[in-house]
Write a new protein. Structure first.
Length: 315
C-alpha cells in the first residue's frame, strides 16, 4: 500500500498532429499539477485537500475546459460545474450553472461541508458563493478569445461539441456521433494516501454551444465522479453517455461485488459499457493502484505512485 495520484485534462478526438502551441502548455500544466499533488501527499495532506488543490490549479489554466478556460453556451455565456467526494465518508458536494465563481471545485467542497445538501445549482449556488465569500469575478473574466472562436465554429457547423480548437470545422463535416459531439474535455484528479483514504474531484465548463441549463456528468455522483473506501474515479468525455453508463460508480461496483481489480473494472466499463469514442477515466484504489483507460483517440493524463512510477501522456 502507498499513496498514488492521477489527473486528467479531458478525453476526446485529439489528433496525433496536435500543434506544439496547443499540446505543450497543457503538458506543462499537467506536469506542474502532478508535482503539486505529489508534494501535497508527501506532506501528508488529506486526499480531499490534494484533489481540491490540483483541480483548482487546472481550473485556473485557460487551456483546459474548466474555470478560466470554460467553453461557452449557445448564448455565449459560461456555466461551470464541479464535484468533490471523500471516499472514507462518502461525503460529497456538487455545483452547476456557475457564472462568476473562480474555483467551482472549492464551492462544491463548501456545499459538502457547510450545507445539509449535496448539490446546488445556478442562482442558488451563486448566492451560496456570495454568502461564503469565495472569490468571484465578472462573467467576462471567463470568456476567452479562444472560446469565442470555438463557439463561432460550433454555431457555423450547427453542432454541440467540446474540442481543443485544433482545426477549423468544415460546415459540411458530418457530426461523428448521434448527438453531434466532437472532441471532449473536463479536468479531474483522484488520490489515495498511505492509509488508503481516497478522494475524487472533477470540474468542467461543459459543451461548446450547449443549451443554457444543460448539466453533464461531472457533478452527478456515480457518473462523472465517485469515491468510496475501495477506489476513487473521475471521468471525462461525452457527458450524456457517461451518465447513461454510470461510469464512475460501475468501476467501484465491479470491484466491490465482482472482486475485479481496479484495472479490470475500469477496462470493462470503458471498453464494454461506455460507447466507443465517448469516455475516459482516471482511478486509484485503496491499495495504491492507478489506471487511466479511455476509448477516445486520446486523453490528457498524468499519474504518480509512491513506488516511483510516473506517467504523462495524451495518446
Amino acid at each position: 500500500m502507498g499513496w498514488a495520484i492521477a489527473l486528467h485534462g479531458g478525453a476526446g478526438d485529439i489528433p496525433k498532429d496536435l500543434p506544439p502551441e496547443l499540446r505543450e502548455p497543457r503538458e506543462v500544466c499537467l506536469r506542474y499539477c502532478l508535482q503539486m499533488g505529489v508534494d501535497a501527499l508527501k506532506a501528508h495532506k488529506s486526499p480531499l485537500d490534494v484533489v481540491e488543490l490540483v483541480v483548482r490549479e487546472l481550473e485556473n489554466n485557460p487551456y483546459f475546459n474548466a474555470g478560466k478556460g470554460s467553453v461557452l453556451t449557445s448564448n455565449g455565456t459560461v456555466e461551470m460545474e464541479a464535484c468533490i467526494m471523500d471516499g472514507n465518508t462518502k461525503n460529497c458536494g456538487a455545483v452547476s450553472g456557475l457564472t462568476t465563481v473562480v474555483n467551482a471545485i472549492s464551492l462544491a467542497r463548501l456545499v459538502m461541508e457547510k450545507t445539509p445538501h449535496i448539490y446546488l445549482a445556478f442562482e442558488g449556488a451563486e448566492a451560496f458563493a456570495r454568502e461564503q465569500g469565495v472569490e468571484t469575478m465578472d462573467p467576462s473574466h471567463f470568456i476567452t478569445p479562444r472560446n469565442i472562436e470555438r463557439l463561432k465554429q460550433a454555431k457555423e457547423a450547427n453542432r454541440v461539441q467540446v474540442d481543443y480548437n485544433t482545426r477549423p470545422i468544415p460546415k459540411d463535416e458530418k457530426p461523428p456521433g448521434p448527438n453531434g459531439d466532437s472532441q471532449l474535455g473536463t479536468v479531474g484528479c483522484v488520490a489515495v494516501d498511505s492509509y488508503g483514504h481516497l478522494a475524487a474531484a472533477t470540474s468542467t465548463g461543459g459543451l461548446v454551444n450547449k443549451m443554457v441549463g444543460r448539466i453533464g456528468d461531472t457533478p452527478i455522483i456515480g457518473a462523472g465522479t465517485y469515491a468510496n473506501k475501495i477506489c476513487a474515479v473521475s471521468a471525462t468525455g461525452q457527458g450524456d453517455a457517461i451518465i447513461r453508463a454510470t461510469v464512475a460508480r460501475d468501476v467501484a461496483a465491479l470491484m466491490e461485488y465482482k472482486g475485479l481489480s481496479l484495472k479490470e473494472a475500469a477496462d470493462y466499463v470503458v471498453e464494454e459499457s461506455a460507447p466507443k469514442g465517448t469516455t475516459g477515466l482516471i482511478a486509484v484504489s485503496a491499495t495504491g493502484e492507478v489506471t487511466m483507460p479511455f476509448n477516445t483517440t486520446g486523453m490528457f493524463r498524468a499519474c504518480a505512485t509512491e513506488d516511483g512510477h510516473t506517467e504523462l501522456a495524451i495518446w
